[in-house]
Ligand binder design. Structure first.
Ligand code: NAD
Length: 247
């Protein structure tokens, strides 16, 4: 029996890398997308291949529609199938008030976190529809979509809220074809994204605000994402799952 194929965007680090390692252990072959972190992506590819998975590395900026098309052409050539997607690539910028947000920052925030994610999901759905045997998509949103992130990442929060609404719309569109679409809202998770947001100690500093009094791990998000993809979640679609230590 052929192994199912899962595309993970942003798979070279953090939550995406943890999802890739767990997906390999659960029997998936993998398409590992990332932007520029070749070393990280090769480390993840070695790990998943040691676990018995075949891995295709696809560096591509999800904000670039041509790069997305090229990535899917490579998936078609290499595997000729796509069964699951973890739509995970995402960025933050430094903490800022709304009055400081520039057009360039907003453009990049929405190009990567919203438009890129929607284009990747659309291309994945086209493959799943052509195969005709269903599929599953987990869009990685954020607790920020619900909290608003005032005075910090309000643009990021608005982008992630768009992902939650997109998830509901897409799930309604494709549910009858057996394609399930969910969003997962991580809370505060210890990954490198906080350093990129200009605040390396952010996770540690804010963990006191989490009811469980700690940041989560990328592996805890991966377990939730792989469960949503699995047949154990076969009657779940259009839902948003908070994995946030109660935050
Ligand atoms: P990270 O910075 O550790 O990893 C991000 C990954 O995305 C990397 O593999 C990077 O190469 C990739 N990436 C970034 N921009 C890209 C682009 N334009 N095209 C392709 N790949 C790109 O981040 P993380 O913390 O693992 O975050 C993963 C997802 O989880 C993001 O969508 C993020 O918004 C979300 N999230 C994270 C947290 C948290 O606290 N870490 C909380 C809520 C939501």
């Amino acid at each position: 029996m052929t192994r199912p194929v899962c595309l993970i965007t942003g798979a070279s680090a953090g939550i995406g890398a943890a999802c890739a390692r767990l997906a390999a252990a659960r029997g998936y072959d993998l398409v590992l997308n990332y932007r520029t972190d070749h070393d990280g992506a090769h480390r993840v590819a070695s790990d998943v291949e040691r676990a018995g998975a075949h891995a295709l590395l696809c560096p591509a900026d999800v904000a670039d529609p041509d790069a997305i098309e090229d990535m899917f052409a490579q998936i078609d050539d290499e595997f000729g199938q796509l069964d699951a997607l973890i739509n995970n690539a995402g960025i933050v910028d430094h903490a800022a008030s709304v009055t400081e947000l520039t057009h360039a920052r907003l453009r990049r925030m929405f190009d990567v976190n919203v438009i890129g994610a929607i284009l990747v999901a659309g291309a994945a759905v086209r493959r799943m529809q052509a195969q005709g045997d269903g599929g599953a998509i987990v869009n990685i949103s954020s607790a920020a979509a619900r909290l608003g992130s005032a005075n910090e990442f309000v643009d990021y929060a608005a982008a992630k809220a768009a992902i939650d609404t997109f998830t509901k719309g897409l799930s309604d569109e494709v549910a009858a074809e057996g394609i399930r679409v969910m969003s997962l809202r991580p809370g505060l998770i210890e990954t490198g994204i906080h350093a990129k947001g200009g605040s390396p100690d952010r996770a540690m500093r804010l963990s006191g605000n989490v009811p469980m009094r700690r940041a989560g791990t990328a592996e805890e998000i991966a377990h939730a994402a792989l469960w949503l993809l699995s047949d154990e979640a076969s009657y779940i679609t259009g839902s948003t799952l908070d994995v946030s230590g109660g935050r």
